[in-house]
Unconditional design. Sequence first.
Length: 251
Amino acid sequence: MNHNAKKSEVAIEVFDLTVAYDIKPVLWDVDILFRRAKSTAIVGPNGAGKSTLIKAMLGMIRPLTGAVHFYSKSGLLQRNQIAYVPQSASIDWDFPITVLDVVLMGRYGHLGWIKRPGKHDRELATDALEKVGMQDYKTRQISELSGGQQQRVFLARAFAQEATVYLMDEPFKGVDASTEAAIVDLLKEIISSGNTIVLVHHDLNTVADYFDELCLINKRIIAHGPIEKVFNEENINRTYGRNSLAKAGLA
Ligand SMILES: Nc1ncnc2c1ncn2[C@@H]1O[C@H](COP(=O)(O)OP(=O)(O)OP(=O)(O)O)[C@@H](O)[C@H]1O
Ligand SMILES: [Mg+2]
């Protein structure tokens, strides 16, 4: 970890994190610092522990060791300032709920005790649906949407939250190219307003265009830092195995 970074530049600090589901750890000794107003891609092979890292950062999984701190200007961040987009395959839509209600869930952290979402919340939710091109589906049941459309609704939920930190687990999976381009523009807006994004990503072709920093992971952190320093053949091969960049047609 870069201990030289000033506290005011730090959005998230992960200390000495080790996570196991059974006895065997799937994520070892993670020490990492995510900078404020930067976007970081988390990249690594299937089973590398990317989703596990995000879930452990959110406190959804209890680690064997370690701690995670989220910072705002005034100190530690409130939970409602952290938006999460889960990996799509993990979502089970057996219960009836409309698209608008899913997006309004992003506003719950802003509501007071037993308060219902108001006009402002509904406007923000509608605006977020427009941003992902899903405004015509407001009253539809979420279970009646295609996989890519559901993913876009989940992104809208995160955007409606107006969070400080966004943790996104493969948000581009299953969305079409034009939606992806629109979402990338939104992510850049989020960063330029001073907020922070940590995003699990699989596409090595777009990593350098979309992100400021890259974190390569395979059960441990292999490399982390600015894209121009970290995104090279040697590091990719250390993460995925020998000659993987050449095999992917990128070397
Ligand atoms: N709930 C669970 N119980 C037991 N083992 C799990 C559980 N979730 C994940 N694992 C295991 O932990 C390891 C890391 O899984 P994780 O989901 O974090 O990988 P990932 O990097 O997100 O992979 P992918 O690219 O496929 O999404 C894998 O070996 C996986 O089989
Ligand atoms: Mg995953």
